[in-house]
Ligand binder design. Structure first.
Ligand SMILES: [Zn+2]
Length: 87
């Protein structure tokens, strides 16, 4: 993939676009007009690593688990009592 570097006329920041998008681009920082500087090489890490951070509200699940544990304890107590009654 070829890339072209542009310098922003407004803020001076260098913007790099893929060469097939050579026209009609504006500065990604300020939206200013871009002046092409020339071809450039973009360094890519050999390992393309995507990191996703997912946070989930587990409040409802925690409540449900507590209820299940409570039910489980009561069932165990009931089974023990039935064993005592039958024994
Ligand atoms: Zn700019």
């Amino acid at each position: 993939m070829k890339h072209i570097a542009f310098k922003c006329c407004e803020c001076g920041v260098i913007n790099v676009y893929e060469s097939y998008r050579g026209d009609g681009n504006s500065c990604m920082r300020c939206g200013g007009t871009l002046n092409p500087i020339g071809d450039c090489v973009v360094h890519c890490n050999s390992k393309n690593v995507l990191v996703y951070k997912i946070s989930i509200d587990t409040t409802d699940i925690d409540r449900a688990l507590k209820k299940i544990n409570c039910l489980n304890d009561r069932m165990n107590e009931a089974v023990i009592r039935m064993g005592i009654l039958n024994g």
